[in-house]
Design a protein. Sequence first.
Length: 471
Amino acid sequence: MNESKVSRRKALKALGLVAGSGAVVAALAGCGETQVVEVVKEVAVVQEKIVTVTVPEQTPQRDNVTIVMQSWWAPTIGLPFQAWDEHIRTFSNTSPWVTLEVEYVPWGDMIKKYLAGVAAGDVPDVFHSSIAFARDLWDQGTLEELSEFIKTTPDMAESTFMPATTPYRNSQGKWFAIPWEGFDGRALYYNVAHFEEAGLDPAFESTSQWDWDMLLEASQQLTQRDGDKVTRSGFLIIRPHMEYFCSWLYCQDAEFYAPGETKVAFNQNDAAMKMVDWHLAALNDHNISIPIVAERPDVNLFQQGQASIAQNGHWAISKMRTDVPGLKFDLMGIPKGPGGSKMRTVAFTNLHALPTKARHKDDAWDFIAWQAGLEQQIKKLQLMDFPSPRLDFYETNEWKIQTQRVPQLKNLPTMLEDGGAWPYVRFSEVNNTYTPIMEGMMIGQREVGAGVADMETGINEILGKAAEMMG
């Protein structure tokens, strides 16, 4: 970090001093103003008199700047996101010389817009980076290494955050992002009223002990049909996307990556095949779900009571509560699978990164540290029902109070404590290989064993090339 940055930081901490011949200046902590005590010697009577002078605190003089943050958390997503958008503007209360400009970009366009900006030399100061592309952008040299910034802000040190966040922000000992969004994972949401009607115990203490057989049995009890036609899905079967796929691996105590992340391990003990076979049997043989069709409104089906169990992310708790206030629901991890020891899930957190070509790196870093700090993480909880990647967060009274108000939050730490890795290395390329193969297996156009083998071969080729590029 350059000397101008350090001196500027020191200037922020400096207090205004009153200087004078023979004056002694002392700042009294804990006051709304700075109290300056001046000792004045009156020679005629040879005695000392204490005079207290009140000096208003001066706002440090800084050049006015506008920092640009690029994010997909648009206010139009829902009321919680609107509230968060309004809140982050209060950063200017901490740094009054900074104007925050937020450029909202649809998630699917984020990486394209960012890379176009890199090529044109026009990047944001703060980049809200998904784990889907943070590592790749680091490997491409577009993100700033943050070690020197972290040294100036101990609250952003590695020990502050949950260990499961490390792979998403560190590569070969280099720190390139700060976690602040989430902590998040994949869950099975379930309709509590449907459970009670079917005589199923909806308590997390019960559902957390389920295995795949128990999930299937419960789904059969919950399914409603008109003849052979399913009118209410006991469990809404999907084409498994990669995040969901990984969660079902981890509940078997299997892994997506082999050590070193240069190849996959999901074929060990036939874990991937077992996962696909279970879903195909549930869909085609046990008939617990409406058919998989294009543009099926899965979230709406759950919200409208047409599905009793459906997958979703932890992030959706707040949106579900605000969109359908009368819905009684809870959530669980993925039930224990063959060879597994317990309910498991994937765990991840999205990040803030500092582009190497950012114009206002010091002020951008201050914003990043502010948003990832404990106070703002608590505010995010209160506005959005979101948990945090910070370890100290779960010891706060605010967390305990919020879990009383929003009981769906209470069990998230249990679900996430040993969450497995999200598939973050070369995600776009890997996903482009994975998706058509998985979809082919789910609609019966590919035999499962051959499909999983092809998936392994294709993804290993991508990961191998990535490892070669990184040396």
